[in-house]
Design a protein around this ligand. Sequence first.
Ligand SMILES: *Cc1c(COP(=O)(O)O)cnc(C)c1O
Length: 372
Amino acid sequence: MTERVPFLDLHGPYAELKEEMDDAIARVLSSGWFLLGDEIAQFEAEFASYVGASHCIGVANGLDALTLALRAVGVGAGDEVIVPSNTFIASWLAVTYAGATPVPVEPDVATYNMNPALIEAAITPRTRAIMPVHLYGQPADMLAIRDIAKRRGIHVLEDAAQAHGARSDGRRVGNVGTAAWSFYPGKNLGALGDGGAVTTDDAGIAERLRKLRNYGSSKKYVHEVAGVNSRLDELQAAVLRVKLRHLDEWNARRVGIAARYTRELPGDELVLPMVPPFANPSWHLYVVRTTSRAWVQAQLTASGVDSLVHYPLSPHLQGAYSGLGYSKGSFPIAEALQEEVMSLPIGPHMTETQISRVIASVSSVVSHTDTR
Ligand SMILES: *Cc1c(COP(=O)(O)O)cnc(C)c1O
């Protein structure tokens, strides 16, 4: 029997970089220093430079990066933050943890990202920030979103958890303003556990974040604000430094796979990703749409090709947000997408054979959808 094509290959990075990663881990073990040391300082400098931001602050995970960044820009109780209706729930939860209320805006049905034309109507006197999410690694329309934010005097915080290395109008995502990142193992830049960071151009925001992540303290046992414990540890930082050196090459492999999929998959039977002219995606996910999703996924599974759904239930329909009073029909575009989207395997360690098998299986399955 031929081997399955897994959705994600988390062993590939270690197989490729074993020596470098072993060295990095050994270096931390022999240093005997595990939190807020040299490795995180170096990683923060290297990641800031990669993104093109002045500051980087490592934290414990992506959700904390978003939550603490919102607090650092001044979002708190009684405020509203504009979020996409179509996103992973962490984007909304960060707003909730910061004490504010998420106000959803529907996506552009072609790009799946927040539709800038709908933002103005969602702004109220309580709106403090807009949180665009570069969903699937497809950059949101940052020029349009920044323009609205500037005119209305509100902050922009990018949820860049899926977009390490993606470009919008030629500039790396996170290059302007403040962005939150996740280093969850499956992300384009992934740790060996949880990790996250905030990048920013603003020295004041950076200083507040350094305190917030470390018990609200910049001097031991002096606590100026009610901070949290959310630090990126030395082991994760050391491993991320190794992987960061390979990120562009790994993203380039994703670009190559996406190009093959887009060229060779049947675009008349599936809706393939639409990339706007301003965008160079990081291809965290390759997402297609079909009205026969359950059947297509079952057939793919039977043919040995794994697939996943990102995401099957929008945040406004989750129990966690039942208190906001939304119901089915509140955000019809997000709801239509949740029924049809399907993510195919993509990643820097896929082999040509695996890529060809995905294309052959998907093409064969969707050509039979009428006869099922
Ligand atoms: C992964 C992810 C997060 C949260 O990151 P964690 O590190 O898992 O907390 C936030 N937003 C989006 C869009 C994500 O994909």
